[in-house]
Design a protein around this ligand. Structure first.
Ligand code: GLU
Length: 323
């Protein structure tokens, strides 16, 4: 691809920020609590020791430590970007009639809809994400998948590929997601072709990224939708506040409230063990470590973000530091 960026070419700077990341990496690499997301058989095979942390700034600098070349499937973090594409395809008003913006306080895979609207609660839980993915425009499954992959390429600056084993593993076992799709079909909240919508949802979840990719994607959201490495617009700036608002209130499973209170910037977690966080107008942060707590958040990832928030005074409502 003409505009793709080789990770080897990115500017890697020795800096106080890199020293902080190295420090956090050594501090938390011995933390081995949590479990792999074994409800998707392929994810149960991942090496639990993998650990990387990466920051991308809005001026395109990359700071990375640990296993940052390791790829993994993006899982739920994809929901953020699919939401942006659906907003671009249909506009805010229509999307709001299909999927709400209320946190649930329930697990990400709860089989619930909002009464009486029958909308899924928000686009960051599975039901909402499946409904959002079903709205992505295209003349057929191939064009829709291509549009999703091209969208990921705009955010990362790299070719986007689907991990076929993870995709088929989830497609053959994802009966809970299938049940949600049937419930939404029953209420007319999703189109009749639910297997096509589920395939695209499982494919978007199985897109492969590494930690620097996620950090650049987050930095793009921090930078008015412009990828700070390629300089290309990845998503219309009109929708950044919609995307970041639902990430802030709903992005960290049923830990979203405590996350907003303690850590204080928008983030999205995935059962791959990735956490992607956005500090608006400053940076994107990504952590990858596959061992998850009971809510589905990476154990080390939460700790690293908590420390980064404190050490760098990143909480959005922090008033005590200098500007
Ligand atoms: N593909 C996963 C599922 O639908 C994503 C869940 C997640 O990362 O939260 O169960």
């Amino acid at each position: 691809m003409a505009n793709s960026v080789n990770p080897e070419d990115l500017e890697i700077l020795p800096s106080p920020l890199l020293a902080v990341l190295n420090d956090l990496h050594s501090q938390y690499k011995s933390l081995n609590e949590g479990t792999l997301a074994n409800y998707i058989p392929e994810l149960a095979k991942v090496n639990p020791d993998l650990f990387s942390i990466c920051i991308a700034t809005v001026d395109g600098k990359i700071y990375q430590v640990g296993d940052y070349q390791q790829t993994f499937t993006i899982q739920s973090i994809s929901k953020v970007f699919a939401y942006g594409l659906a907003l671009e395809d249909h506009g805010r008003d229509y999307i709001l009639t299909r999927v709400g913006v209320e946190p649930t306080g329930d697990a990400f895979n709860a089989i619930i809809l909002d009464e009486p609207s029958k909308r899924p609660y928000n686009p960051m839980v599975n039901a909402g994400a499946i409904a959002i993915t079903s709205l992505i425009k295209g003349s057929g499954p191939t064009e829709r998948l291509n549009r999703v992959l091209e969208m990921f390429q705009r955010y990362t600056g790299q070719d986007a590929l689907v991990d076929i084993s993870v995709f088929t593993s989830e497609r053959s076992t994802g009966h809970r997601n299938r049940a949600m799709a049937h419930l939404m079909l029953n209420f007319g909240m999703i189109d009749h072709n639910i297997e096509e919508a589920l395939d695209l949802y499982f494919q978007q979840c199985a897109v492969m990224v590494n930690c620097p990719d996620l950090a650049v994607m987050a930095a793009t959201l921090a930078n008015k939708g412009i990828n700070p490495v390629t300089g290309k617009q990845a998503v219309n700036n009109l929708y950044i506040k919609d995307i970041l608002s639902v990430m802030y209130t709903c992005g960290m499973y049923n830990f979203a409230g405590e996350w907003a209170y303690k850590i204080g910037f928008p983030a999205k977690s995935g059962v791959c063990g990735g956490i992607m966080a956005v500090v608006p107008r400053k940076m994107g942060i990504a952590v990858f470590s596959p061992l998850l707590d009971v809510r589905g958040n990476s154990v080390r990832g939460v700790k690293v973000c908590e420390e980064l928030s404190q050490r760098l005074q990143l909480h959005l409502f922090e008033c005590s530091g200098e500007d």
